[in-house]
Design a protein around this ligand. Sequence first.
Ligand code: SF4
Length: 285
Amino acid sequence: MAIAPQAPPGQRVPAFLELEITEQCQLTCPKLCYAKAGPKKGHGSLSTADWKSVMSEAAELGVQRVQFIGGEPTLHPHFEELIHHALHVGLDVQVYTNLYSVTSMHWRWFAHPRVSLGTSYYSDVAEEHDRVTGRPGSHAATRANIQLALEKNIRVQVGVVGVFDGQRITQAREELVELGVARVNLDHVRSVGRAEVHPPSQADLCGRCADARAAVMGDGTVVPCVLGRFLPTGNARDDGLAAVFDGQAWKDVAASIPRAAVGCPPADSNDCSPANTPACDPAYD
Ligand code: SF4
């Protein structure tokens, strides 16, 4: 099967930037986690000052929205300082959280009018969800916090990812819609990180990476999205975002990703995330 390279139609500086601010997570998701996150992992090598500097530059360049992701981004010790800074420099924020444990401080930020939530849910059956996350009790915690977010009128979108055969993903989506979640996307697991079954390639991406979106890893490496973490294009801290997005490596990587098939949501719709991606794949000829 031949890949059809094609330069992305989006602007040079992506409007949407994922920030992988930590590798720490209460869960392990043994057959899913692209970041190989877990309870004993750290917070990367970028300092809080570095992240703030990256966000300031992003806002100056025209980035409109950042997504805090990890790992579990709320576990970053300076989460509050980071989200405050993002909003202060004019960036909208999505927090991609597992909603496993939410403090009153987190709820206050989640209710901010320029903050939204993304989360993942794997089945309407607790045992199936907990099998994916690797942590008993995670289904009950996440489900309860999804309900609480809805009661608080917080915008939340949920990704349902199929990881093993027979998993009740359709029933999970129906349950979420019944709960009142307005936006539920189904996807399949992709061969990245702990889900790797073959070396990842552009064929494992959804086809919209680098097209109005990019991601910054915990060491500052800029990649086309968190799933495209195997495609480094420069370093946000050492080189600066402007130089990266103007560089040949970024252009080459962007051109190497076949664009999403017809029918997928637009690139700036924030649907191409590890667990909130409809089942889009790159286009092939
Ligand atoms: S997939 Fe998400 S919730 Fe699961 S271990 Fe990785 S970061 Fe944590």
